[in-house]
Write a protein that binds this ligand. Structure first.
Ligand code: SF4
Length: 334
């Protein structure tokens, strides 16, 4: 099967509801066609500015509207960020994602500092991704000039369900920022969160939106909700592992060249469950030396534990910038 951008939602629904083991088998086959199945990209998240966000994302520990255990922290200095990146590189991490709890990027001295961080971490030979909120085309261009490799802007859920989860911005705002990034050579990272109370139809709809972007996001994180005390979603039930596997396998089949990242929520999966996710086409994880993802509310396995798991499964860490070579080989159909 080639790369398609004309997926109809009914086709994606049919993929999603394929009998489970058959779905995993098909996804694994597609995965082997487009990726080296031995390789997993390991990424490190760094919260460069934490908490105090004016947005009201119902799942988020960093929104100023909710009382959570996250303590606000001003923008980190460049040296601190570069040190974290150096340590990560020593542990085999090939991508560093820098997140700031902002509604949008402002053209101020803080953005200049972030641009400096991007330059220095890129100079270490690492892929740098930023997630800084909404972005204009000019700001995307400045990030590109600083050497940014990827920009993360998740769709989170379906267009229909979006306003139930977030009221301070719209789905179109999200798509506009993705469009602005697409005016540059910075790659796009965009995915969603399972467990927000969305229906299966919402998951299918979100995958449909992503799979009909042309080109597909180079990176598609699939997050599992970490229920954060103090947020409106603190009492959401856990997402069954089979739902996670179905979402990953469907993403793999409909966006065959994208990196599908098993992201937040991985800490509560067993090694066997993670292995199933890799078989279904996930080819990236986040690992951390401080035990958490962006904030303390979302646990993350450590470098050593992850290295052990990859060894056990016969997998290896992918070096940086490997994907770029593959993209140039893409054959486009439809
Ligand atoms: S997800 Fe991002 S934009 Fe939303 S409240 Fe959290 S930090 Fe702010």
């Amino acid at each position: 099967m080639g790369i398609r951008y004309d997926w109809h939602e009914t086709e994606i629904r049919a993929v999603y509801f394929t009998p489970l083991l058959e779905l995993i088998y098909q996804a694994a086959s597609v995965h082997r066609q487009y990726h080296d199945p031995k390789q997993i990209q390991v990424c490190k998240l760094v919260s460069i500015k934490t908490g105090g966000c004016p947005e009201d994302c119902s799942y988020c520990a960093q929104s100023s509207r909710y009382q959570t255990e996250v303590k606000p922290q001003a923008l980190l200095d460049k040296e601190t960020v570069v040190n974290i990146a150096q340590q990560a590189k020593k542990s085999g991490i090939s991508r560093v994602c820098m997140g700031a709890a902002w509604r949008e990027v402002r053209d101020n001295s803080q953005f200049d500092e972030v641009l400096d961080m991007v330059k220095e971490v890129t100079a270490l030979g690492l892929e740098v991704c930023c997630t800084l909120g909404m972005l204009t085309q000019t700001q995307a261009k400045r990030l590109e000039e600083a050497g940014l490799y990827a920009y993360n802007h998740n769709l989170d859920t379906s267009q229909d369900y979006y306003s139930t989860i977030i009221t301070t911005r719209t789905y179109s705002d999200r798509l506009n920022t993705i469009q602005n990034v697409r005016q540059t050579n910075v790659t796009v990272c965009s995915g969603g969160i399972l467990g927000l109370g969305e229906s299966v139809e919402d998951r299918i709809s979100m995958l449909h939106t992503l799979a009909t972007l042309r080109p597909h996001p180079e990176s598609v994180p699939i997050n599992i909700l970490s229920q954060v005390k103090g947020t409106p979603l603190e009492n959401q039930p856990d997402v069954p592992i089979w739902d996670v596997v179905r979402a990953i396998a469907t993403a793999r089949i409909v966006m065959p060249t994208s990196d599908v990242r098993l992201s937040a929520g991985r800490a509560r999966l067993s090694q066997v469950e993670q292995a199933l996710c890799f078989l279904a086409g996930a080819n990236s994880i986040f690992s951390s030396d401080d035990g958490h993802m962006l904030t303390v509310t979302t646990p993350c396995p450590g470098y050593d534990a992850d290295q052990e798991m990859l060894n056990l499964l016969g997998l290896e860490m992918r070096p940086p910038f490997v994907r770029q070579e593959k993209v140039t080989e893409e054959v486009v159909f439809g």
